[in-house]
Design a protein around this ligand. Sequence first.
Ligand SMILES: [Cu+2]
Length: 758
Amino acid sequence: MVAQVTNSLVKCLLIILGLISVIVNIVLICLNSNRLPKCHLQVPDSITANHTDHGSIFADLTPKEYQAIRDYMWSQKDLRISHSPTAKPSENFLFLIDLQLPKKRDALQYLDHHAQKPQRKATVVVFFGEFSHLKEYEVGPLPGPLHHRDVTKERYKMDALPFAARTVTIGEYVEIFTFLHLKVFQKLETELRESFGYIPNKSELNPFEGMPRGLKPGDRKTWISFFRDESGMYIHPVGFEVLINHENKNSSNWTLDKLLYNGVYFDTIERFKQSYEKGTVKKIVFKKIPNYASLKPRRKPTGVSPQQSYLQGKRFSVKNNQVIYMDWSFAFGLSSLTGMRVFDVRFRGERIAYEISVQEAMSVYGSNTPGMILTKFLDSSIGIGRFAHELVRGVDCPQVATYVDVYRYIDTNATQRFRNAICVFEYDVGRPLRRHFSDFFHNSYGGMANSALYFRTITAIGNYDYIWDFIFYQSGSVEARVHATGYISSSFKIDGSLRYGHQVAHNVLGNIHTHFVNFKVDLDILGVNNNFLTKDMAYEEVDLPWTSERKAKVPYLVENQLKTELQAALTHARSPRYLHVASNQTNRWGHHRSYRLQVTSFAGDHLPESEPEEKSMSWARYKVAITKYKDEEPTSSSLYGQNYMWDSVVDFSKYIGDDESIQNEDLVAWVTAGFLHIPHAEDIPNTVTVGNGGGVLLRPHNYFDEDPSIHSPDGVYFLPGSEQDCEYNRVACLEKELCSPTLEPYTYNGFEGVLKFD
Ligand SMILES: [Cu+2]
């Protein structure tokens, strides 16, 4: 009995001791918690931005809108539009539906004066095979009831556009491929097998076209070069090219006009066959080779490259087609033809630009083989925005970027969705925006990282990939930039080829070519009434007031106002260094508030003006050309440029030919950036972006009274003794706040080394 009582007491004591121990531990943990590291960096989801509906007037058409327009046009019995996605050239085909931009005056009334929202309309392009002409329609208002109006005459001063000016559609390509199969491959099976390893349905030859398609208006004669059926076919030319005349809308009337084999021309298949059989043409003997064009890495990845993250959440917001970032806001769109564009670009609420948009990408090639002798590509004729495909996270854009889907209706019979074809991200460009370390007197450090917002799309147009960026900096600058990458175009090396480029693989010539890109920059500096100013520097000889020993040559400021369109058409060779779109208003210091256009370009000559094709690319004459804004001059190039180069329906030089006044007017700057590409061994397998770019930077110049980035929350400042203080240097506390074992502890001892005068 006594033993039982003793056992119970022991148990009770143990339980009480246990409880006391738990309570003491809790109290101790609570008491000591202040001494443990705090990992309390706040990570909000994203900024809360005050979006408006204003951007919607520039928004691309929605899938519902595309379908409504298509169905409406299909229901117009008199237009007799085919429903097939691969309509033949002889049929009527609805080639394109794209947003019709509102008239600028209406848009500004809506944006600035609460006027009624401009009606939403579409531009519709119909290729009328039955009637052998092309027409453009305005269809709207959306959401309906819809009406259509033929606007061809209004836009192009002709009742209908020439049939030969149309883009080659998927439907026409189907017929071209069938033609090649029946009229070339089937007839030359033996020769093509022996020469190029051609085996039907197993080892094919892939076609690549030269453009333009002929020598004069109305021509549709295309040189097609053939390439091995490998990935990266563009750098696998086989030395075989054919000229097809496909002018007639019925493919049964098409003809094979010429052949080229190993540098020798033949008029017919038969003549080539005879020559090949007799051995009078030097035969190319097929040899299987490893695919040097493959992009499969030659070594396996060993890890992941550095990735950026937003430690405190995104500082920008994308809603519908409007982006808000720090002091910036803008609306965006992606035209199937011209590509990326932004509108109503504002900094601190003030509109800087009404529109900044890509207009055209052009390349002129040199060669001694026919597929490329004449080649001058004008990409908007096939569609620049059309080829914006899904972007790859971590490579095309940072993993943490915001991705936007786009919808298009071009060369098809249904709306197509392209997921994640636009990306938006904030990125530290890796070089301070500004900094100063005060070594002499008043020791201090002030600086700021250059974190900017990127708005990007990438278009893969055939062999080339163009990376298009609009970049918004915290100093109030905005930049439009393009970089080229992808495969070069090449031709089979024959005698004399090296005059037109360098050899880059066995029998492969990388052809010399140019890249020219045109941007529309519609700046509105404090309203639409602006002037075009130039500034530069010259030397003048001056007396030295304190001595007669000698004179000195001193730089001085040369300022001019260019008053007419022709005066302000500045070629690549002749342009003052500073170009400004300026307001009549002045800043605190009495200078005209302006934005400067700083063009990064190594363009050179585009094409001698005596060449008939030059009319379709006359925008490329000028590094910067300023025109008075007109709704009738919306683009510098057109859908019809490529296949009607010799009598182009849009000839930019006519925009400035009337030499209108540009004083106190609404001004548009048409900016051309470009570079010469002499392909070299390192273009194999792909051209790299490093060094292959150009663009235009729009930067404030006396627009503000000081650099606006001084107000940025990213500014860093400290003095001797306050190096570890986080009040104006958030990075100093990052390691503690994140408790990150990978972050180096923050230290700064730079003031130890300053000059001392005592
Ligand atoms: Cu190139």
